[in-house]
Design a protein around this ligand. Sequence first.
Ligand code: HEM
Length: 485
Amino acid sequence: MKEFKKEYLTTNQGEPVNDDQNSLTVGERGSTLLQDIVFLEKLAHFDRERIPERVVHAKGAGAHGYFKVYKSMAPYTKAKFLQDPSKETPVFIRFSVVIGSKGVADTVRDVRGFAVKFYTEEGNYDIVGNNLPVFFIRDAIQFPDLIHALKPDPVSNIPGDSSQNPRFWDFMSLTPEATHMLTWLFSDLGTIKSYRFMQGFGVNTYKWVNKDGKAMLIKYHWKPVLGVQSIDSKESKRLAGLDPDIASRDLFNTLACGNTVEYELLVQMMDLEDENKQCFDPLDATKTWPEDQFPLIPVGRMVLNKNPENFFAEVEQSAFCPAAIVPGIEFSNDKLLQGRIFSYGDTQRYRLGANYLELPINRPKVPVNNNQQDGFMQFTPNRGSINYSPNTLGCGMPEPAPENGVPYTPFVEGKIERKKISKTDDYTQAGDRYRSMSKIDKDHLISNIVESLCYAEKHTQKKMIEHFMSADKELGSRIAKGLGF
Ligand code: HEM
């Protein structure tokens, strides 16, 4: 039997407690006394155990590990963690299910989150990605509408999962740019039972900048070393009833047994001069970049090797953010990404409090030096009396960090306007994807869509058939036939 160190029960103030199982009462049958501080503290703390769940990606599973580059990426980026193949950068990853609340089954049809935090020597860098390479919308201002349409009905609170939700299809029918994403979501890649066999994609376009100040556009891909596996809709429903936590358990048990889980990081690169030469808009998150023109370049390997010690402290309180970047990595003008830069830190200040970056799981492994102070739950030491800049009394500290290499200072100009991008091309890639699928994958895509779209209003079904028809005549006709048109 495991040996335990002797420990005496205390309150949170450290006062020894000799009984926390019987309330302090007047006589053995009560009433209970207000002065029962053991009782009051125990109940009051319990009453505050829950924090707001994430507004999306509420259910997740996390793991620790490390990342190593295969060779220096110096020609493309000056990011220090991407320079030295002998260096291990610690990482924390959180996989998640997007739409359902915390109790959702792991196998339901949905997008999965694939968020990686690199604790680099230049601060934390987060790649906050998904398991599908594109997204439903291309402008962040539509995100709250998208999520409202996918989350439970605000009247009935029926958690309309995407398979029986007319509101989902209503929104999609009026969002032609979602057609491409739907060909991914309703394929078998939308139902998975193991995170170990799942790809990840940055989806948005970022920039890498080297020491000479030269930038290029890049897109991230994660490939599971074990290969990609998914399950079909029937199996996903069976497992949702039988073993709703199958993906979380699979990850936890694999690591608990001492095995590792590994993924390769790859990037696609595009020269800035080529950005406007494509027939599609490369900064549009509803598009992939063709791999024959922009080949996948292997960058390095991530090895997951340790479970969190406490789910709440590490997984629930982890805060990933596309705005967490390091020198050598920049944002592109991708309008979805630009909104994401704001949203994550904002929701985390609400979900976890102003000092959420002081929590051990979120805290960089390098010193944090600035004059920000106070706020709820501030617990790292302040900088002493000199909490302002410029100053002489503190020898001017903290001083501005030196620029590493030539600064990247892009020039932009344009009219200020609210406008769709001109190269929308909502259907070509959706059709290409359908045509590239095997017979069985096409059959599953169509039956999965029909199985779900049959719950939508007739006018919505007609509109969706038009979209699928515009992508590919066969795809549209087979869906129409399946719906009885
Ligand atoms: C404008 C579009 C988007 C907005 C406004 C948005 C916003 C959010 C918000 C508010 C959260 C909750 C964060 C938290 O409470 O810690 C979240 C989580 C997440 N989002 Fe997005 N999101 C957007 C698009 C995307 C896209 C395109 C991806 C994938 C590339 C993505 C991946 C994730 C992931 C993986 C998480 C969970 C992170 C974790 O595990 O804690 N999101 N998003």
